[in-house]
Design a protein around this ligand. Sequence first.
Ligand code: NAD
Length: 252
Amino acid sequence: MDINIARAVEIIQSANNIIALTGAGISTESGIPDFRSAGGLWQKYNPSEYATIQAFYASPEKVWRMLFDMVDLTRTAKPNPGHLALAELERMERLQCIITQNIDNLHQEAGSRNVIEYHGNVSRLECLGCGRLFDDAAFNMADVIASKKPPRCTGCRAILKPTVVFFGEMIPHEAMVRSQEAAQEADAVMVVGTSAVVYPAAGIPLIAKQNNAVLIEFNVETTDLTRFATDVFIQGLAGTTLPELVRQLKSS
Ligand code: NAD
């Protein structure tokens, strides 16, 4: 790990435009399981039954059974040292932006400012009936979870949906465009805690690579990206490896 972190430090020192792509793995140390972990949401809820937009239209009450658990998990989670290290890299003017697949708001809570939410954010709610948007602070989510009654639009009374991207939904247009531009302009990409199998997000490092960017991957285990595209693989918990990278950058 140390040799690879030293290589990553050299790359980051010489690069002009560094971006990060993060996935569920950066938040596991905040207590939010990733897709594949034992105890993760998808062991309890079949995604094709609970995470498609068609399922939400057909039975929002049923999908909210899964959403109550998702909201409950993310509502109390706090940023961990991995999130804080990326925020510090931005403050050091080494990181241009974070493209995150996570919907948990933890990068922003850690202090990162330039965050592109590729799959939305669980703390914003939308009405599919009349289009109104709500911050979840408008509802007492602890009470909502306890009551098991999904929040409703204050206008048309339809059941609200968190602005997370369900299977079958489009990636938010602005996030898609900004991410593509960031990938094309980057000369190094830090890929953190993602299995890199969910497209189009998984294509972002590949767009950068086609434009000659260097890929530095942080994961507890290898992925398809490691085998086919990664230049430097840093194995370990992101909550350990990212702070160590920042420490070495500061002392070099
Ligand atoms: P994933 O579950 O497919 O993969 C997670 C990856 O992170 C794995 O490769 C795993 O080895 C790695 N990992 C786990 N813990 C780690 C740690 N502490 N340090 C470093 N690596 C670690 O997740 P994904 O690639 O993000 O894609 C799946 C989808 O899951 C995304 O669309 C995302 O929106 C959604 N999701 C989000 C959250 C969240 O917001 N926190 C949680 C679960 C799933």
